[in-house]
Structures are given as C-alpha cells and as structure tokens.
Design a binder for this molecule. Sequence first.
Ligand code: FES
Length: 254
Amino acid sequence: MATPVMDKAEATAKTDASPYITVTFRIRRFNPEVSEHAVWEDFPIEIDPKERVLDGLHKIKWDVDGTLTFRRSCAHGICGSDAMRINGKNRLACKTLIKDINPEKPITIEAIKGLTVLKDLVVDMEPFFQAYRDVMPFLVAEGNEPTRERLQSAEDRERFDDTTKCILCAACTSSCPVFWNDGQYFGPAAIVNAHRFIFDSRDDAGEQRLEILNDKDGVWRCRTTFNCTDACPRGIEVTKAIQEVKRALITRRF
Ligand code: FES
C-alpha cells in the first residue's frame, strides 16, 4: 500500500499550527558559593502555553542549565513543595498555566519571601516547620483508649473542614508582611493547622494550643491584610480561620 505523503502546503499548515511559543523565564538566581548577591537570568524557551510553569522549569533544568535549583515532588498540587513567587505573586509552579500569566512578557520567578534563600528557588523551610510543630499539629484525645472509631457528626466535621486542606506549601506565610518583617511570628500556616485541631470535637488540647498562640509572636500579630487568603493555592479562607482563633482566645468557646 502506498504511504501517504504530506504535500508542502500541508506540512506548512502543520508547522503553523504548532502550539509552541517562545516564552522568557526571568529567574532570580542565587548561589552562595559563587556570589553573595542574587542576579536575574533570562531563559527563552519554546513551550506550549497550556503547559505549566513547572514544565518550563523542567525544560530549563533538563535541557539548558542543570544547575537551576528548585523543589518539586508530586507535580499535582498535593505535596506543596514548589511554592514560588511568579510575577510577584505566590503560586504553585505545578498549578500555574503559562497562558494564565501573560506569556508575552518575561515571566519573573523568584523564591518565596521571608525565609532564607539557600540556592535559586530553594529556601530554608525549617523556621516554617518549627512554627508548625509548635502548635501541636496532631490529635490529643484524653481518657481511655476507645475500642472503636471516635465518631464525629457531619456538623462537627464541617467546623474545621476548610483548614484540613492545607498542604504546608508556605505560600500564605511567605506572603504575609508581618512574617517578612519578623520571622518570629508563627505565621498563617501554623495558625491554620492549630485551627484544624482546636475546632475538632475529638481533640482535648484546644486550650493548650490557644495558650501557645496567645503569645507576642502568636495570633495577635496578624494585621488582617488578606495576603494569605489570596495566596493559598487550596482556596482556604486563611484570614477567616485566624479570626476564629482570635475569637476563641477571647471567648474560650470552640
Ligand atoms: S510539586 Fe507538589 S504541589 Fe507542586
């Protein structure tokens, strides 16, 4: 059987239909072994606008410059490891489509703010995770070991449903101006995770967590700027959760 041959016009039309466009990734690079200053570096790449910023970073790392350093794991918005500032806004690289952020201009990419940059887009997450550990992010149930599952009504579960969605990406905490100015502040993510247990009807350590957050670096430092709510890639109402913790501290009802 004769093999179908593409004529020249067809081939040109196919080339013209290519979804690829040239997009410049402008990345803030930092390597403490080379310089104490960060520099912006441009990487023009061919990419389908329907691809994600993470795909572009992979192209650069795999095909252009293997020294580019960033974190990622799941690539599907679950692990929370690739939060970064993209065009000045905290986002997950794996959930940000090129076409949604004006690919006609260079896309600026830099590390999240308020945490020490170790290299390129990688920051030291330890202060963030220390604040998380400090609020006791686990169920504390007193009394005898139950012989069966601890039951909870749908209404009681609903009380803290929103804050269970946190993936600890630090997009909220590192978008908070209070955290930028004073890294001692617990930050929105730690408070969100405290909220998740304070309002859990099965938990018995709510008072303890509230006392931890009733600290000069605790929940009262929040200035209600809503940056955290805007930054959350999971759509958690972070500022609302912080306000609920403040209210619980005043009323001691939760
Ligand atoms: S790589 Fe896991 S959330 Fe983006």
